[in-house]
Design a protein around this ligand. Structure first.
Ligand code: TRP
Length: 518
């Protein structure tokens, strides 16, 4: 029953856990390669616009909804309107099977690299090491080519760590872990950023490549259609990144807010989470661009040649730079990869929590068993990304799930809350305590944000239809097969959870009801 629902010990514990969920590999690994791929500093503009028009309003919405309904995402949407329970399942299911499976493998890579840092195992050729020795990448995405045992092993470690944290209730598991991990993470980041900025060549790279905007790249009103289409893709990527980095559309923030006490400053918590997360990304970007600048200078090559695009940025460029450092290379490597591991773990556990809570909210299943089974299934599902074509597969999964799965989830939640629950009702609830949100928020949730997201979905779709993403071969049945299987699996699971009858649901009273009458 609701009274037995676990709760945060303190607001700061909640904030650290939410920020822990938001700050993840996405802030260092994904943000920096997105920024590089989409025009360096120019990317910051759509990123900040996306933060303002979608990030902050939807964060307030998710916190508000979870707090209002005191429930995880499926139960929250059921309470808004029975026919939208599926949307509540869509979010954690997509996040778990579309993102977490590969995300845990990348945390695993970081653990491998953490160990490699001790001996700088990548030697003089980090690129060759990463592709040929570490991943042993197969020739194409279509041939799996066997499992990489070292990666499988570290992926298992990651799942065990997640399980150990999620096994206990929120207060003794995630909150305790966040209170320890987050300050450590901030400290490690400060060290890395300070260190990177002090290197020769860093300021030059930061001013000339990171903070230097190429406006043409984001000019979606350009006359030339090619420029326009390219700019559209940059905007779509920025919105996708905002959803990914703020953990929106995963059902996580709804669940986390459901554990908050009645008197809570929802709006302030939402602002703080968004601000800290995005500042973290921008600051971490300084370190990435700084170190690439250092590398370019010490090797005497132009910046554009030194930086690598794509998911391998952290695993090729960083190791190379670490080897070039004049002193304490091993220490730098350990701190950098440890930082990534901690950032990744605090995000991973948040999703397992959201999924676990969704299941325990609906069924009378014991929490510990649910968390255990989820972690086992998660590990088994991750195995496909530990194969020799893992890098291709995760790149494809990431692109489609983030740009469609999360964005669609965000769009639908705006519509359901804005029009069915009514934005005013939720705003009134949010404004009971604390700084509150202006009326403009209603307008954003009902009109502005959904309209922009719809346009972006079209842009992404037309981009992907006109050119196959990443140049991956589309004629191979395998990629289509895996893609379609994943989509069918997700849809089937969502429908199964939704139609599965549960007595527990009927027995529960709705805590928000009495408040609505006021
Ligand atoms: N916000 C995270 C990041 O920027 C992404 C994330 C949050 C995530 N929760 C997750 C990814 C759960 C996978 C599973 O990295």
């Amino acid at each position: 029953m609701t009274s037995s629902r676990s709760s945060w010990k303190s607001n700061i514990g909640f904030l650290l856990a939410s920020i822990g969920s938001a700050i993840g590999l996405g802030n260092v690994w994904r943000f920096s390669y997105m920024a590089h791929q989409h025009g360096g500093g120019a990317f910051l503009v759509p990123y900040i616009v996306a933060l303002i028009v979608a990030g902050v309003p939807i964060m307030i919405l998710e916190y508000g909804l979870g707090h209002h309904e005191k429930a995880s995402s499926p139960l929250s949407f059921t309470r808004v309107n029975k026919s939208f329970e599926w949307l509540g399942w869509w979010m954690p299911v997509v996040a778990m099977f579309g993102i977490m499976l590969y995300y845990s493998v990348i945390i695993g890579w970081c653990v491998n690299y953490l160990f490699y840092s001790f001996s700088l195992a990548w030697g003089d050729d980090p690129q060759g090491f990463f592709f040929n020795q570490f991943l042993q990448l197969s020739d194409s995405a279509a041939s799996l080519g066997g499992i990489r045992i070292p990666i499988l092993f570290t992926t298992l470690l990651v799942w065990v760590a997640c399980w150990l944290i999620c096994f206990r209730d929120i207060r003794h598991g995630i909150e305790r872990a966040s209170v320890i991990f987050m300050p450590v993470l901030f400290l490690l980041t400060i060290i890395i950023v300070g260190w990177s900025l002090s290197l020769d060549g860093a300021p030059d790279a930061i001013f000339n490549h990171y903070l230097h905007a190429d406006w043409q790249k984001i000019n979606f009103l350009a006359h030339d259609p090619a420029t326009r289409i390219a700019a559209g893709k940059v905007w779509a990527a920025a919105f996708g990144q905002i959803f990914f980095t703020l953990s929106l559309g995963f059902g996580i923030m709804i669940t986390y807010a459901s554990y908050l006490p009645k008197k809570t400053d929802i709006a302030k918590n939402a602002f703080i989470t968004c601000l800290v997360n995005c500042l973290y990304s921008v600051v971490a970007g300084l370190a990435v661009f700084g170190i690439v600048g250092f590398m370019a200078q010490s090797q005497g090559v132009p910046f554009a040649e030194a930086i690598k695009g794509g998911p391998q940025l952290a695993f090729v460029v960083y190791p190379k730079a670490i080897s070039l450092l004049p002193k304490m290379n091993t220490l730098f490597g350990i701190i950098f990869f440890l930082m990534l591991v901690i950032a990744g773990l605090t995000s991973g556990v948040s999703l397992i929590e959201a999924f676990t809570c969704s299941l325990t909210d609906k069924f009378d299943w014991p929490r510990k068993k649910v968390a255990t089974v989820l972690c086992i299934i998660g590990f088994l599902g991750s195995i496909i990304f530990t194969t020799r074509s893992g890098l291709f597969l995760l790149d494809i999964a990431d692109h489609f799930i983030t740009n469609y799965g999360l964005v669609c989830g965000g769009l639908l939640e705006c519509i359901v809350v804005g029009w069915i629950l009514k934005a005013t009702v939720l705003r009134r609830h949010i404004n009971r305590h604390g700084i509150g949100v202006p009326k403009l928020w209603n307008f954003f949730i009902r009109y502005t944000t959904p309209a922009i997201l719809i346009v972006l979905l079209f842009i992404s779709l037309s981009g992907d239809l006109s050119a196959n993403y990443g140049g991956y071969p589309t004629d191979q049945l395998f990629i289509y097969g895996v893609g379609w299987m994943l989509i069918c699996f997700i849809v089937a699971l969502v429908l199964a959870f939704q139609s599965w009858k549960s007595d527990k649901l009927k027995r529960r009273h709705k805590p928000g009801e009495d408040e609505l009458l006021v």
